[in-house]
Design a protein around this ligand. Structure first.
Ligand SMILES: [Zn+2]
Length: 215
């Protein structure tokens, strides 16, 4: 069952997240071991049909093991929760998991996972001002200034490191999600006055939708 999205002002949203340890990834040794077991089954199988099925299973074995791991399930939960809530991205602390993992939609509208991400912004990168929203702040849109370009180095579910350069709205989205991993919320980027306005707005939303936010 999917975990509900934590709503502001749940204090857990300001928790800092832990790095995902190497042991959380499916190791090459585990994949080799499972492959051997399948190969033995294929060798022992007398039915051609079974052999075919098992061979197909062998081809997808690594990704299946990764998807079924605890880390894989977290990624699945994040993607499904983001989809259900119509979110562009979602970070693990938003569903109460304090690990450095977030997902965000990429150009082709598929979700990409970033594990232990490091966001780099080149010195002198211009700031752009955009209206941001967050599923933890239902109904709130706020102008936020952020660098308009950045690059992210992270691990995929396969444990391999990759680096992607982002610009425009994609750059804003990954910075927003990465902030969540440090307990930083988008309203932390606005003035105190604007923050107060956001809180007032949340109270109104609470009354309207009876979300039960304890403000
Ligand atoms: Zn957010």
């Amino acid at each position: 069952m999917l975990k509900p999205v934590l709503l502001y002002p749940n204090v857990l949203l300001t928790n800092k997240c832990h790095e995902v340890p190497e042991s959380a990834f499916v190791s090459e040794a585990a994949i080799e071991e499972a492959t051997k077991v399948l190969e033995e089954k294929i060798a022992l199988s007398s039915s051609e049909e079974d052999k075919k099925t098992l061979t197909a299973e062998k081809e997808n074995l690594a990704s299946k093991l990764r998807e079924e791991s605890e880390l894989g399930k977290l990624v699945r939960d994040l993607i499904d929760t983001a989809r259900i809530n119509n979110a562009h991205g979602l970070a693990a602390p938003q569903i109460g998991v304090f690990k450095r993992v977030f997902v965000t939609k990429t150009d082709d509208q598929a979700f990409k996972v970033f594990i232990n991400p490091v966001v780099t912004v080149e010195e002198g990168t211009p700031l752009s001002r955009n209206k941001e929203g967050c599923v933890s702040f239902p109904g709130v849109l706020q102008w936020v200034r952020r660098p308009e370009e950045c690059s992210v180095t992270a691990l995929g579910l396969d444990g391999l490191e990759f680096t992607v350069d982002f610009d425009e709205l994609d750059a804003i989205a990954v910075q927003h999600e990465n902030d969540h991993l440090d307990g930083i919320l988008f309203i932390d980027h606005v003035s105190k006055l604007e923050k107060r306005y956001v809180l007032k707005k949340l109270i109104k939303i609470k009354k309207r939708y009876n979300l039960g936010l304890a403000i």
